[in-house]
Structure formats: structure tokens, C-alpha cells
Design a protein around this ligand. Structure first.
Ligand SMILES: *[C@@H]1O[C@H](CO)[C@@H](O)[C@H](O)[C@H]1NC(C)=O
Ligand SMILES: *[C@@H]1O[C@H](CO)[C@@H](O)[C@H](O)[C@H]1NC(C)=O
Ligand SMILES: *[C@@H]1O[C@H](CO)[C@@H](O)[C@H](O)[C@H]1NC(C)=O
Length: 308
């Protein structure tokens, strides 16, 4: 009797150890491995442009979501509405995914009909899918608009001075392998859970990120879009879109570089003044209301600004 009990205990222990071993060996797999596929999904909306007929100088791709209608409207009425800058064609398009909300989906389809400025594919529009959104932009440039000279990827809470950007790009006179923005050359993964930018060792095991530019706004020659798209399946996938693009650039041996000797990208925001905003390219944390006001003031101000 006692012997049988002992044997039972022995088996239970064995089973327990087995289960524990299995659990720890499987632990990394608990996090679902995501396999990035270049051709993921299909285009649901395409913008109204024929790049072969009339190649633009600059296309601005703005990440947006279904609910950000006010931000899109403000951008259309301000910097996104500019079609000709220094005699060059400039166009602004919005990047969206899909939601389960059918009303929002049909509202976006209608908006696309009306404005012809929406690029949409069928992936779930959530923060952690931002890399898919950016790559959709790269894919669109690669297949539909390789004729464009430059592309900017930015967000819908950004103020973009398309005039100054165009001026600087013309002055820079670069045509290929050019990538610029707010440089991040020595960043490392944040390992604190609950941080917005938390990245597990499973997702990214290395201690440093490659050089990249803040996702709030970066600009590149259009060949970079094709090249990044080309290598995108052969670099580790990471949900931080700007780091992911940085991994692609590292693979391509393209180094992000400064656009200008002065700072022009402000991912941390910047207090508005006419003279300041005339000499910036991009500023973060702008509400739709501020966007409209700043634009109006910049258009009408007669203020003389000191040369910098
Ligand atoms: C990203 O989109 C895909 C396709 O719709 C979806 O399967 C996946 O769950 C989304 N990712 C997240 C984190 O929701
Ligand atoms: C721009 O660069 C090209 C060669 O890459 C050169 O032929 C042209 O003169 C340059 N233009 C300006 C305005 O510097
Ligand atoms: C894509 O990569 C392949 C092989 O790595 C190369 O032959 C091809 O030229 C690349 N295409 C572009 C557009 O960079």
C-alpha cells in the first residue's frame, strides 16, 4: 500500500517536471511569431494620380486611421493641399488599414472617392501594425509611382513645411540612396514592459538599433522605397516601423544623413512662431485646430525674418 502511494507520488513528480520542462522550452513561442510578407493583403483604395503621365517631385505619405477625419481635413486645407511648390508637383496621400466597423469603412471609401488621396490595404489598423502601414507606402511607391523624385513618410499630427522641404531638397540635389530626417544613431530597445515602445528580447534580441530616423517624419529618394521593399522580407520583423526601415537601410548600406546644417525636424514639438516655422521641415504634436491657425498665420504674415 505504502509502496503504491510512493510510486504514485513518483509518477506525479515526474509528470510535473515534464510539464515544467515543456513549459520553459516553449516559453518563447508563447509570443506569436509574425512572418512579414511583402505582398501582404490587397489594395482597397488607390489615390487619384498617374505618375507615368505626370511624375510628381514629392509625395507625402501620411499615416492615418479611420477616426482621424478632422486631422485629414486640416492637412488637406493646409500643407497637404499644396499641389505646386517652386514649380514642382507635390501630392499628399493618407495611409490606412481596415477596421471591423462597417460605417467607418464606408466613410473612408467615400472620402477616397471624394478626395482621391487614400491608400488602403486590408490589414487591421492598429498601432502594432504601423510597420505594415509604412511598408504599404513603400510598396505603393515601388509599383505605382517609382517616377516620383522624393517621398516623405509622416504622421497626421505633424506640421510639414512643404515649401522649405522642397527648397532644401532642390538645393541638396540628390537623386538616389538618399535618406534623411531626425537622425537616431545610438538607440537601443526599451525592455521595460508597459512602455509604449517596449520590445521583447524575443522580438529583437540585439542590444542596439541600427541608425534610423524618427518615424514622425523622414524623407528619401524614391529608389530607396523600391530597395527597402525589396529587402523587407530578409530583415527581422519589428513592429516599430522606423526601426524596421532602419534595419532595411542597414542591409542596403544606406546611411541616414542630415538634410541641412540646422535642425529642421522636430519630433519633440516646437513652439510656434512665424520665423521659426518658415525654416523647419516638420514639427510634431500639432492638433487640427493649431494646424489651421499656424497655416493661416504663415500665409498672411508680413513679418521679416532674420536670415539663418
Ligand atoms: C495586423 O493585421 C493583421 C491582418 O489584418 C492581423 O491579422 C493582425 O492581428 C494585426 N496585428 C495586430 C497586433 O492586431
Ligand atoms: C545636380 O547634380 C547633377 C549631377 O548629379 C549636376 O549635373 C547638376 O548640375 C546639379 N545641379 C545643381 C543645381 O547643383
Ligand atoms: C532586389 O534584390 C535583388 C536581389 O537581391 C536584386 O537583383 C534587384 O536588383 C533588387 N531590386 C531593386 C529594385 O532594388
Amino acid at each position: 500500500m505504502a509502496f503504491q502511494k510512493l510510486r504514485l507520488t513518483y509518477y506525479v513528480c515526474l509528470l510535473l517536471v515534464g510539464v515544467l520542462c515543456l513549459y520553459f522550452s516553449m516559453a518563447p513561442l508563447k509570443e506569436e511569431p509574425f512572418i512579414f510578407k511583402k505582398k501582404y493583403g490587397t489594395f482597397l483604395q488607390l489615390p487619384d494620380i498617374d505618375c507615368r503621365q505626370d511624375p510628381p517631385f514629392l509625395v507625402l505619405l501620411v499615416t492615418s486611421s479611420h477616426k482621424q477625419v478632422a486631422a485629414r481635413m486640416a492637412i488637406r486645407k493646409t500643407w497637404g493641399g499644396e499641389r505646386t511648390v517652386s514649380g514642382r508637383q507635390v501630392r499628399t496621400f493618407f495611409l490606412l488599414g481596415t477596421t471591423a466597423n462597417q460605417d467607418e469603412m464606408s466613410a473612408v471609401a467615400q472620402e477616397s472617392q471624394q478626395h482621391g488621396d487614400i491608400i488602403q490595404k486590408n490589414f487591421r489598423d492598429v498601432y502594432f501594425n504601423l510597420t505594415l502601414k509604412t511598408m504599404m507606402g513603400m510598396e505603393w511607391v515601388h509599383y505605382f509611382c517609382p517616377q516620383v523624385a522624393f517621398v516623405m513618410k509622416t504622421d497626421s499630427d505633424m506640421f510639414v513645411n512643404v515649401h522649405y522641404l522642397t527648397e532644401l531638397l532642390l538645393k541638396k540635389n540628390r537623386t538616389s540612396r538618399f535618406f534623411t530626417g531626425f537622425l537616431k544613431l545610438n538607440e537601443y530597445p526599451i525592455r521595460k514592459k508597459f512602455n509604449k515602445w517596449f520590445v521583447s528580447k524575443y522580438e529583437y534580441p540585439w542590444d542596439r538599433y541600427p541608425p534610423f530616423c524618427s518615424g514622425t517624419g523622414y524623407v528619401f529618394s524614391s529608389d530607396v522605397a523600391s530597395q527597402v521593399y525589396n529587402v523587407s522580407e530578409s530583415v527581422p520583423f519589428i513592429k516599430l516601423e522606423d526601426v524596421f526601415v532602419g534595419l532595411c537601410l542597414a542591409k542596403l548600406h544606406i546611411r541616414p544623413e542630415e538634410l541641412h546644417s540646422q535642425q529642421t525636424f522636430f519630433p519633440g514639438g516646437l513652439r510656434f512662431s512665424v520665423c521659426r516655422f518658415r525654416k523647419i521641415v516638420a514639427c510634431h504634436f500639432i492638433t487640427p485646430k493649431e494646424m489651421l491657425i499656424y497655416w493661416q498665420v504663415l500665409q498672411t504674415s508680413q513679418e521679416d525674418c532674420p536670415e539663418v
